[in-house]
Design a protein around this ligand. Sequence first.
Ligand SMILES: NCc1[nH]cc(CCC(=O)O)c1CC(=O)O
Length: 342
Amino acid sequence: MDTTRVLRVGTRASALATTQSEHVAAALRDRLGVATELVEITTEGDRSQASGVPLSQAGASVGVFVSALRDALLTGEVDVAVHSLKDLPTYPADGIALAAIPEREDPRDVVVARDGLTLGELPPGSRVGTGSPRRIAQVEALGFGVELVSVRGNVDTRIGKVRSGEYDAVLLARAGLARLGRLDEATEVLDPLQVLPAPGQGALAVECRAEDDHTREALAVLDDPATRAAVTAERATLATLEGGCSAPIGALGDVVEGEEGPELWLRAVALSHDGARAVRNSASSPLGDDAATWPQVAADLGHRLATDMLADGAAALTPAAESAPTGTPHHPSARSAEVHNA
Ligand SMILES: NCc1[nH]cc(CCC(=O)O)c1CC(=O)O
C-alpha cells in the first residue's frame, strides 16, 4: 500500500477506546508500514455521560457510542473507525464496511470486589455495581442475594467506587481491564456457565467507508477468521432474538479443532430481567476448510439457535410493554449488543 499516506484512525476519547484504537493503529504500522494518526471523536454517549443524563434516556439503545465515529468516516474526517464490537447494533450501516475483526481478548466478565472477594463470598445485601441488564439478570439468577446497583462512567470511575467503599464490587468485561493493563484488579473471572458474555464482547470492530477499496483491502490483514466466525454467530443469535423479544441476552461462540476439522460451538441465554426465568440453548456446526465460508455458516448457526430459543419461550420472558422503551424510536433490531455505559 502507499506508504506516504497517513491513515487517520477515529476513536472515542476514553482511556479504553484510545488504548484499543492505538492497538489497531500499531498493528497497521507493523503489518503495512503505513503512518497513522489517532483522531478523537466525541460521541453523543460521552456527552450525555458528562452531563449525567441516564443513557437509557439518551438513545443508548441505537448505538450511541457508534454513530459519531461512523459520521466521521462518512464525511471523510477519518479513514478507519475502531469500536468495541459489542457496542455495534446488529443491523448493517449504510456505506460502512466491517473490514476487520481482529483476534479477540478473553470474552468473559470479571468481578472487581473489595478485599479480594468473589461474588459468592460477598455477604447478602452487598452492593454490586453494573448497568447491564444482561449482567443483572444472570447475577440475580445465581441467588446470592447481593443488591445490584447502577453504575456510570468509565472503567476507572467504576473501580474507584469499590476503592472508595461506595460499592462492594463492580462487574466489568475482562477485555477492558486486560487492554488497560489492569487485570490484577479483578478478584474473580466469571465462568460462562454462570454468566455468558455479551455478543461480541472482547472483540474489536475495524470499519472503513464501503467504497474505499484501498483501505478495505489493507485492513483485511488484521482480520481473524475464527473470531469473526464466533462473533458472527453471537450477533446472529442476538439479531434473531431481538426481533422477537426484549430479554437480556448472553451468547458465546468458539472455534475448536474437532476430529474432522474446525467446528463452531455456540451457547446462548435469554433471561427475564429479574433472572427468575431463562431459556438456554447450545449448538455446533462443522466449519469446513474454506474460511471464506465461515461467516455464512456462523450466521446460519446463530439464527437457528435463536429460532429454537424463541420456540422454547424466549419471547415470553419479558412483558410485551418492555419491547418498546419509552422515548426511544422503536426499530425491531435497534439494540446494540449491550446497552450499557462505558
Ligand atoms: N459498553 C461498554 C463496554 N464496551 C466494551 C467494553 C469492554 C471491552 C470489550 O468488551 O471488548 C465495555 C466495558 C465493560 O463492559 O466493562
